[in-house]
Design a binder for this molecule. Sequence first.
Ligand SMILES: Nc1nc2c(c(=O)[nH]1)N[C@H]1C(S)=C(S)[C@@H](COP(=O)(O)OP(=O)(O)OC[C@H]3O[C@@H](n4cnc5c(=O)[nH]c(N)nc54)[C@H](O)[C@@H]3O)O[C@H]1N2
Ligand SMILES: Nc1nc2c(c(=O)[nH]1)N[C@H]1C(S)=C(S)[C@@H](COP(=O)(O)OP(=O)(O)OC[C@H]3O[C@@H](n4cnc5c(=O)[nH]c(N)nc54)[C@H](O)[C@@H]3O)O[C@H]1N2
Ligand code: SF4
Ligand SMILES: [Mo]
Length: 747
Amino acid sequence: MSNSRREFIKISTLGTAGVALGAKYLYSEVIGDAPLRFPASEGSLRTPTYCEVCFWQCAGWVYKNDSGEIQKITGNDDDPHCNGRFCPRGTGGVGMYHDEDRLKTPLIRTSERGKDTFREATWDEAFDYIAEKLKKIAAEQGPECVALFTHGSGGAHFGHLLKAFGSATISAPSFAQCRGPREVAFITTFGDIIYSPERTDIRDTRCLVLIGSHLGENMHNGQVQEMSDAIDKGATIITVDPRYSTAASKSKYWLPIKPATDIALLLAWINVLIENEWYDKEYVEKYTTGFEQLKAHVQPFTPEWAYGITTIDPNVIRETAREMRNASPAVIVHPGRHVTWYGDDTQRLRGVAILNALLGSWGRRGGFYNPEKMKLPDYPVPPFPKPNRMPQDAYQGKYRLANEVVSNGLCDATIPSVERECNIRAWIVNGTNLMAALPDQQKTIDAINALDLLVVVDTMPVEITGYADVVLPECTYLERYDMIRQSPHREPNIALRMPAARPKYNSKPAWWMAKQLAGKLGLEAWFPWNDLEEVLDWQLKQIGSSLDEMKRMGVKKFPRSYDDLYFAPGEEVTFNTNSGKIELYASDLEAEGFAPMPVYTPHEEPPEGFYRLNYGRAPVHTFSRTANNPNLTDLMDENTLWVNPKVAKLWGLKTGQYVKLKNQDGKVSTFAIKVRVTERIRWDSVYMVHGFGHNNPRLSRAHGRGVNDTELVTRVHVDPVMGGTGMRGNFVTFVTDEPTDGKEAGS
Ligand SMILES: Nc1nc2c(c(=O)[nH]1)N[C@H]1C(S)=C(S)[C@@H](COP(=O)(O)OP(=O)(O)OC[C@H]3O[C@@H](n4cnc5c(=O)[nH]c(N)nc54)[C@H](O)[C@@H]3O)O[C@H]1N2
Ligand SMILES: Nc1nc2c(c(=O)[nH]1)N[C@H]1C(S)=C(S)[C@@H](COP(=O)(O)OP(=O)(O)OC[C@H]3O[C@@H](n4cnc5c(=O)[nH]c(N)nc54)[C@H](O)[C@@H]3O)O[C@H]1N2
Ligand code: SF4
Ligand SMILES: [Mo]
């Protein structure tokens, strides 16, 4: 038995769940008991929605009690995203509706930015204020100087408004702070993206390789369910993670890799598959190009070479490669989702893509399926004016392979500089707490200080709302219509979100705000309807459904247009790459001056007395958006700092005590964090869950609870290929002599 296996067993006896507990346990362990189901009797008070607590967008039913108050939400059995079960965050989503700290009415700034002093305003006043500034900017500098940062459903409505206004300067943190590198790497290799939900055929896989994908803590519902099923059916799980994650505890092999060295492991796996002729020869010959170059390239990268870099035993590297080959083509080397780690992320994901190509898993059952989306026609409006400048102009010819707009590129372009004439004057920020989502907070603040106008649309008073000139309170997803969910999946399907209750306080839906603002800006022609119901009903009728039908069904599935979920045996396939083949040698990357095949380059190591800052997810929270949710704070109300026992001993740290952290640039955390001493983290790193440490005092439950990892991410390694912000190259040390806000201080 391999070293890693022994290591795994040793760790699993520390009280964490071992492999013997089986897969069913994975789901119930992290989900808790499945939510009670209400009988879906005829005429019962239930309305359909899809969840906004994270971007898996599970469809469900909202139930009200006799007095008409929203009481609970459960999964829709027909929904392929959730198969009738919500995760704990989705179940706790009703807490967003009940949260008494919610934004209640529009606000206009009365003092300097960042001070969080506002006066209450009417909607009309707020819109007048915004429209006047936007018109001035458009007249003086052009409408493209207004940018939209958005994450979530409201993006469709404000995006529509911005396009009508003449700006395409629209971006989301879900690209350059999240999945961007994987999309670019897979486009370069296979000519297509991974999509969300991911096109991974986990349900039928025989081997799942997770490289820093912590499924189980990353609670993307359908994937976690499929992983549970795959384990039950005997699939081999291989987890590569410096931390003993929930996924690692369910794995046959846990490879506790030295952080930032994954490219070396990937190259060694490619080497082993090629040297032993364990790759899918027929597939490689038929569909790929660049094999001979790849073979020559990886020849020196033996498991022994990788051992010195990754600390993974060469025998384990060979054994795990053999497991992949034995399962091939029903094997998935998972591309991950939040993959902006070290700045060479597109190249790391190229390594992942190449492995999948060699194993023949793309287009095969148990590998990667071909998703299909039901496309609804757009409600007819005049063509949008053509912008004079595109958002890419803001970052001056860089990141040309990025297939979406780079948010940090727009942030940079907002700060006036000598080389660059500043061209962004206003931000509309919808559903993204940029002080938690974008690294290097000082840069975000510098950009905000250079703006003529910052409008923030949110449901809660968070850090970014504190900097706004105008705050617009959106009602929660439980109180509004939004666009129809059209998700790519095995079967094309759509889902409806409709209000289960009237908006509380003076909050309003994003579609209404966009339409009102359009009125003030003279853009009525692009909003020629009275309300969103009219739009949805029109769209649904074009595909043979209707709003009434969707109110009853919630989710509707459609047959696929072609029987092409997987490649047919021997099928001729043209890939959407330069060569029409799967490119093991990437012509796109070469043309842009980047390495056409992945190369390992060492990253900086923590200085003496410092530890790499590692972060991730907790099953019961989403980013910074749920930290004040009354239902979810009941389950977890602060984050903790995972510290290896060796390190704890060195510093005299004990579980339960609070410490502040200081990073390599001298930045000290605003609040203190509770130490958790555990074998589950390597000695060279510490770990915390992202999304805590809120400093807006209006958040009565979240304020001052734990540490915000983002404030310690002052050093960013930007991926030169697509602009992604590598955030895991930061190091922290313990501050044990600072006051910890009344909490038990350091040693
Ligand atoms: N340091 C660090 N940075 C990260 C990450 C990390 O792990 N660590 N993760 C990265 C990843 S993967 C991603 S995808 C991004 C996520 O980035 P974001 O999506 O920006 O995440 P949140 O911090 O949850 O901010 C969401 C905001 O939307 C508000 N909101 C919630 N519901 C609604 C609604 O219905 N309407 C409106 N208008 N607002 C709403 C919430 O109150 C909150 O202020 O962050 C990225 N940045
Ligand atoms: N409960 C919950 N689930 C979520 C979310 C949420 O907020 N809450 N957010 C969703 C979103 S938008 C995203 S993008 C995903 C993010 O989730 P994932 O894409 O699964 O994971 P990451 O956040 O990239 O990585 C976290 C894992 O990487 C490991 N890691 C750190 N450094 C290294 C390294 O150098 N090498 C390797 N191999 N591993 C390393 C960490 O120990 C940790 O286990 O989660 C999604 N699911
Ligand atoms: S995974 Fe959970 S939080 Fe995300 S959409 Fe589904 S139920 Fe909501
Ligand atoms: Mo993400």
